[in-house]
Each structure stands twice: as structure tokens, then as C-alpha cells.
Design a protein around this ligand. Structure first.
Ligand code: ZN
Length: 368
């Protein structure tokens, strides 16, 4: 079935100096408005148990703009400020529905710098995107094309910790499902091999990741040695952010290709529940990165499966995928992590991860 989905395309862009100034000011106002509205909501909630609505927050924003202290809020586009209030509204809705913790203030240092523009606050013409309060279009690096005839509905501008500028463009896109596939697959997540498939295929972490990780560890050590508040520390922090940004970018690219391949080839994809891996507490960098990669891959598999008419099945977190012989079904007591291959009493010789992937597939197909 053909579907129309909302999809965002993210690109880097290079702002000119006036755009940098405008965006920096907008980011600051977005953060301020969010924090002030959060304060008001918190006061009403803790003092009177009262919930403030979006409309009330919006009226407060208008009042702030008119008051002497916050007149500068009128200098930036009003849309990103209103969007900040909408995000706050959503955060509270999630909190009241017990889906999330109580919203927190956006800190100057840690919060993501971003501003969201809806249709009335940007111009899209002949492939040029111009934001409100700007006279020149953004100089976007079109690393891949937007779908033909796409009409952006929302545009989000952000700057990451490495000082890079991004624009994320939300469009509606028509997705045609893939033709049905015969194959099914079980996926086991690992550390050295990113994933192992029930077919016996092992997909390693990309080669560069080891080098990048070493660089990251080195940059983090250098950062730790710098004096707090010094300019060298700021430089060292930027260096860490840059190496980290490169790791995540390359990884995302790799995971995009891998998830597309798995979804294209298989009708059913069985995976382990995320919680299994969250339970393993380990501060090691390799572990943290592989956990993040696995989470990201899972999310990609899920939305792509929805788009292309496939099914992702999650296998229960308590399922003993490593201890079960996938040939005869005998459950073994122990299977220490350092045992990579083993032989069952039935004669089957197993690669630990392939065996786990096969069990995950079998369990997934039973649950179906
Ligand atoms: Zn066996």
C-alpha cells in the first residue's frame, strides 16, 4: 500500500555573518522564552496545582514582548518562539501522561541550539530556502536531493557542539512498499561485530571506528588535563565534539545502508529487546558507542519496516538466546561471555552469536 509519510532531510549549511548573528539571537530568545514559560508553569503547578495551557503561555509571550525588559524578543521571528512554547506544551503533556519526567530548563551550555520555523516563517522557491528576518537564502550543502516536487512544511535550524550548522527540512513523501520477500532474519547485537545475522553473516563495526575511538579517547584525556575556564579548555572541548560528531555521522551513514539492506531482503526481522543491553552497565567507550548504534539501528529498522511493508518483531528481554542450542533446543546453564564457539551434546557446533541470532529468529516467528 502506497503511503504518504512525513520525512525530514538534514543538510549542513554555511551561514553568512549576518545569518550567524540572526540565528544566535534567535537561539538565545528561544531558550529564554522556553525557560520563562517553564518557570510560569512550574509556579502555577506547585503553588495552585494549576495547569497552564499553550494559549496562556502564548498570551504571556505577547505580554513579555511589550514589557520593557524583554522588548528584544520582538526583534527575532516570532514563529520559533511560538514553536518553543509548543514543544514545552508537548513536554508537559508527556509528563502528565507519565511518559516523561518533569521538563527541565534549557541551560546555556548543554541545551541543543535550535529554532523551528513553520510554513509562514520561511520562503521556499526554486530550491532556495530563506528564513524570516533574512534577506539571503541559506547556503545549503545538498548532499542528497529532496524528493521531486517536495514542499517543506517545517524547517529546523541547529548548531551542534562542534560548531556545525544544520538545517532539517520536513516534507511529505510518497513511499512505495517493496515487493514481498521470502526471507526472514534474526539479528543479534554485539560489540566487536555490530550485528550477527541468523544467516551466519557477521557485520563488523566500520573499520574507521576503532581509529576514531582512539582519537576520541585521546581528545577526552587532553580535555581532562586543561584548566577549567581556560581558552585551551574550550579548544579541547571543541576538538572532542568534532571527533565525536565524525563518529556519529559516519555511523549513521553506515546504519542507514545496513537497515535499508535488512528491510529490503527480509519480510520479518526479529531483534532483541533493547532493555537487555541497557541492563549491562559498563562505562567503556566501545560499549557506549555500540549501545547507541544498536538503538539507532533498531529505530531505523522500525520506521523503514513500516514504510516498506515489513515486520520487526521484538523478542522478550528474558529470552536466553545465548544459552539455547538452536539445533536441538537444549537449554544450557551457563554461557560465559568469553565462550565464542561451543558444542552441544547433540553434536551441533555453534558460533555463539550466530546461534543467538537463530534463536531470536525462531522466538520471533513463534510470537508472531
Ligand atoms: Zn543441541
Amino acid at each position: 500500500m502506497t503511503q504518504i509519510v512525513k520525512r525530514s532531510y538534514k543538510y549542513r549549511f554555511h551561514p553568512n555573518s549576518r545569518q550567524v548573528e540572526e540565528l544566535a539571537r534567535t537561539f538565545g530568545c528561544v531558550r529564554l522564552v522556553y525557560n520563562m514559560a517553564l518557570e510560569e508553569r512550574t509556579r502555577a503547578y506547585t503553588l495552585n496545582g494549576r495547569r497552564i495551557s499553550y494559549a496562556e503561555s502564548s498570551a504571556a509571550l505577547t505580554a513579555w514582548k511589550r514589557s520593557g525588559d524583554y522588548e528584544f524578543l520582538s526583534e527575532v521571528s516570532s514563529v520559533p518562539l511560538q514553536q518553543a512554547l509548543r514543544h514545552l506544551q508537548a513536554a508537559f503533556a508527556n509528563f502528565f501522561a507519565k511518559r516523561a519526567k518533569y521538563p527541565t530548563f534549557k541551560s546555556r551550555k548543554k541545551s541543543r541550539l535550535s529554532a523551528e520555523y513553520t510554513r509562514s516563517a520561511f520562503r521556499w522557491r526554486h530550491g532556495h530556502l530563506t528564513l524570516a528576518k533574512m534577506d539571503a537564502p541559506l547556503n545549503i550543502v545538498w548532499s542528497r536531493p529532496l524528493p521531486k516536487g517536495a514542499e517543506p512544511s517545517t524547517v529546523t535550524v541547529s548548531m551542534d557542539a562542534a560548531g556545525r550548522w544544520f538545517v532539517s527540512i520536513l516534507v511529505e513523501e510518497t513511499i512505495e512498499p517493496f515487493a514481498p520477500a521470502e526471507q526472514t532474519v534474526g539479528v543479534d547485537a554485539g560489540i566487536t561485530t555490530l550485528v550477527t545475522l541468523s544467516t551466519g553473516d557477521k557485520i563488523a563495526n566500520p573499520k574507521y571506528e576503532r581509529t576514531d575511538r582512539r582519537r576520541l579517547a585521546k581528545a577526552q584525556r587532553a580535555l581532562a588535563r586543561k584548566t577549567k575556564g581556560s581558552s585551551n579548555r574550550a579548544k579541547a572541548r571543541l576538538r572532542v565534539a568534532r571527533v565525536y560528531a565524525r563518529i556519529t555521522d559516519r555511523r549513521r551513514d553506515f546504519l542507514q545502508k545496513l537497515s535499508t539492506r535488512l528491510v529490503r531482503e527480509n519480510q520479518v526481522i526479529a531483534v532483541e529487546d533493547l532493555a537487555v543491553r541497557n541492563m549491562v552497565k559498563n562505562g567503556k567507550l566501545a560499549r557506549a558507542i555500540s549501545d547507541a548504534a544498536w538503538r539507532e539501528l533498531r529505530a531505523m529498522l522500525e520506521y523503514k519496516a513500516r514504510w516498506y511493508g515489513r515486520e520487526v518483531i521484538t523478542v522478550d528481554r528474558w529470552f536466553p538466546s545465548s544459552k539455547l542450542c538452536s539445533a536441538c533446543g537444549t537449554l544450557h546453564d551457563k554461557m560465559p561471555l568469553d565462550v565464542r564457539t561451543w558444542q552441544c551434546a547433540c553434536g551441533a557446533i555453534h558460533d555463539r552469536d550466530v546461534n543467538a541470532a537463530r534463536n531470536i529468529l525462531a522466538a520471533g516467528l513463534v510470537d508472531k
